[in-house]
Ligand binder design. Structure first.
Ligand code: ADP
Ligand code: MG
Length: 281
């Protein structure tokens, strides 16, 4: 009974009850493309002519001071916020501005919020099972026996997220870092093509941060996932980053390798300078 209640509490499970969409087409271009996107809240431009291109299989880090528009950017990609102007494409086939949140999720765009939202009363395995059931868009399968294929997929994901040994532990006893990995695993059960991850290492130990870096770099790759990570921890960004995009006042201030953007005077002024002040304070 409590299982069903917890299901009902998590409307997100039902979000996936939408018609199947055709797969993303990345044959001729990027997996995600934002062009001249703007949005204002009460006259304040939170996103201001933003342009962003993410290639298939890329791991991209997005940094920027508080209020730069990072979360709003993710809200726009996932359909939570509609921009006032601009275009947002997922591959060359899907105009995301014509789709609602569940439709965008079902295309294979998974979003990991900062706070882990696993079912604490269920085991690690059951959490993954539940995420898979949501993917199949058939709630009755929750009570049915797992198919061999489903079981294999869960094992695969358990291995990816490093929780094989803890499969029968209830999620409530996991450390903060382990809960974050489990939630990433739940997103992986849906076989996403693009993962948006908001501040994954906040509150993690050094060791957990290292394992998270391995996990995210391992997920990214052509034919696997493209991963967009928003993160404040500069050490972490340095450890995983290929290309870094610096957002400031709703648009791209700088983009390139970590070494390149971190030596850019504009970036030092608006972001690294601010961080250094915080560290001193
Ligand atoms: P970041 O994630 O980079 O810290 P946000 O995207 O959360 O920045 O916010 C960008 C700016 O937009 C901030 O000034 C924030 O106060 C404002 N903002 C974001 N969402 C809303 C909203 N729904 N209504 C009004 N203002 C908002
Ligand atoms: Mg934010």
């Amino acid at each position: 009974m409590s299982f069903i209640k917890s299901l009902a509490d998590r409307e997100r499970v039902f979000d996936f009850l939408v018609p199947a969409q055709s797969p993303v087409d990345v044959r001729h271009g990027p997996i995600l493309y934002l062009e001249d996107v703007s949005v204002s809240f009460d006259g304040f431009k939170a996103i201001d002519d933003l342009n962003l291109t993410i290639d298939d299989g890329e791991l991209r880090c997005i940094i920027g001071p508080n209020g730069a528009g990072k979360t709003t950017m993710m809200d726009i990609i996932t359909g939570k916020t509609r921009p006032d102007s601009g275009s947002v494409w997922f591959g060359s086939r899907h105009d995301l501005l014509t789709l609602n949140e569940p439709e965008i999720a079902s295309l294979g765009i998974g979003r990991k919020f900062q706070k882990p939202t696993v079912f604490e009363a269920l085991t690690v395995f059951e959490n993954l099972e539940l995420a898979m059931a949501a993917d199949k868009r058939i709630l009755p399968t929750l009570t049915a026996r797992l198919t061999g294929e489903g079981r294999d997929r869960i094992e695969e994901v358990l291995d990816t997220i490093g929780l094989v040994e803890l499969r029968h532990a209830s999620a409530g006893i996991l450390s903060h870092g382990q809960k974050q990995w489990l939630e990433i695993g739940m997103l992986l059960m849906q076989r996403p093509r693009l993962l948006l991850v908001d501040e994954p290492v906040a509150g993690m130990t050094e060791q957990e941060m290292e394992r998270t870096a391995e996990l995210l770099t391992g997920l990214a790759g052509k034919g696997k996932q493209s991963v967009v990570v928003v993160e404040h921890d500069m050490g972490f960004v340095r450890s995983i980053a290929r290309t870094v995009t610096v957002l400031h006042q709703g648009s791209v201030l700088a983009e390139g390798s970590m070494d390149r953007v971190s030596s850019d005077p504009k970036v030092i002024e608006v972001y690294l300078g601010a961080e250094a002040e915080e560290e001193v304070a």
